[in-house]
Design a protein. Structure first.
Length: 387
């Protein structure tokens, strides 16, 4: 993101000193082994150089730090510090700023306050802070718990917001801000960590939101241990495809006559990445054998822009004139690769009620767990029992 005004002024002053001393930007890049354009980017304030980089730049042009700060009016201590994610009040809304590709992106969070934003970020930070004192082997559970709690708090604070936006534009980017982690994580690849942690945390979000509601009907929705998953998969009837326990996201269990009975799997995905190779074969085998196998997704997908739109991947619906549906939508509606698809992106277009689809795409949110998803699971259990 663009640096603060006083930092831009300091860096602009560096440019003045460089030009006064007749040193070209290319000469500095040559000496510091920098790719072309970095010095100009620093001087515009588009990227703030590290202290060691700045001192190296000053040394090359024969200047001192005092030469570029003595005439700059820093003014008061800044109330806003440039972070991976920055929220600025704009009337009754917040403008949330973050870097997205080559853009300084802005996402508008309507009817929101700075205090609410800080509560959500602190919930994440406080959860991640436990990594500094947690025992060996606890890291995964602590990170997953921190993300799940922060997201559910965000969904509660901003029920009017698109849940997928909160996940995609707020929680994910806050997690990738290394200052929200203990200092021991300073050198970790947080983008890669988010891919793993986000997936596990999303499963926790699903379970924590719906478990109490489904429990009213005697149904358990659980992540389960690897051994538990293996045990249930080994006892499946009519399934002639090998089932890998580590590919199972969330188990659906009901109260059978001889104990707890498996009746389906929920496939949990932030987006549609890898679902063709990992989820579809298992789902099709389960559905064919009489089990339920819904897809539960944030349907997160956007393109870097100044004001990015989280449009998702399912595209247009069948309009009766031309069929411009995406292959992903046809997989569900025409081929029933999943029993149903539940999206938590409000820009996802649900399957029209009039369409004769083999499986439907439904849009939900986190306002009430007694919704279309929980009703589908209850109906699926009742149908399974009476077969």
């Amino acid at each position: 993101m663009t640096s603060a005004p006083y930092l831009k002024a300091i860096l602009a002053k560096f440019k003045e000193e460089r030009e006064r001393r007749e040193v070209s930007a290319a000469q500095i890049e040559e000496k510091l082994i920098l790719g072309p354009g970095w010095i100009e980017r620093f001087e515009r304030g588009d990227t703030v150089p590290t202290l060691d980089m700045l001192f190296a730049m000053l040394h090359i042009i024969g200047a001192k730090l005092d030469d570029i700060i003595k005439d700059v009016d820093v003014g008061e201590v800044p109330s806003e510090i440039a972070r991976h994610l920055l929220a600025v009040p704009d009337g009754k809304d917040l403008k949330v700023h973050f870097g997205y590709g080559d853009f300084d992106a802005t996402y508008r969070l309507q009817n929101s306050t700075t205090h609410q934003f800080e509560e959500v970020i602190k919930a994440l930070r406080d959860g991640l802070s436990r990594l500094a004192t947690g025992g060996a082997g606890d890291d995964t559970a602590l990170k997953t718990d921190a993300v799940a709690k922060a997201f559910l708090l965000a969904a509660k604070k901003w029920p009017h917001a698109n849940p997928s936006d909160l996940w995609w534009f707020i929680i994910g980017r806050a997690y990738c801000d290394r200052f929200n982690h203990p200092a021991t994580s300073a050198r970790r690849d947080l983008e890669q960590s988010w891919k793993r942690t986000g997936g596990w945390a999303l499963e926790q979000v699903l379970v924590r939101h719906y478990a109490p509601e489904l429990a009213k009907h005697g149904i358990q929705i659980v992540i389960g241990t690897s051994d538990e998953k293996k045990r249930y998969l080994q006892g499946l009837r009519g399934v002639n495809v090998r089932m890998e326990a580590d590919k199972v996201d969330v188990l659906l269990l009901g109260p059978g006559k001889k104990g707890t009975q498996f009746f389906g799997v929920v496939h949990v995905k932030a987006s549609f990445a890898e679902r063709r190779t990992d989820d579809v074969p298992m789902s099709q085998a389960l559905v064919k054998a009489g089990y339920i196998s819904p897809l539960w997704t944030m349907d997160s997908k956007s393109t870097p822009a100044e004001e990015p739109i989280n449009r998702g991947e399912l595209g247009d619906v069948l309009n009766g004139v031309t069929d411009s549906r995406s292959a992903k939508r046809k997989d569900i509606e025409d081929d029933a690769c999943f029993s149903a698809c539940f999206s938590y992106n409000r820009l996802t277009k649900p399957t029209p009620p009039s369409q004769k689809a083999k499986a439907h795409i439904v849009v939900c949110d986190f306002s009430n767990p007694d919704d279309e998803f929980s009703k589908f699971i209850v109906a699926g259990w009742q149908s399974f029992v009476h077969k």
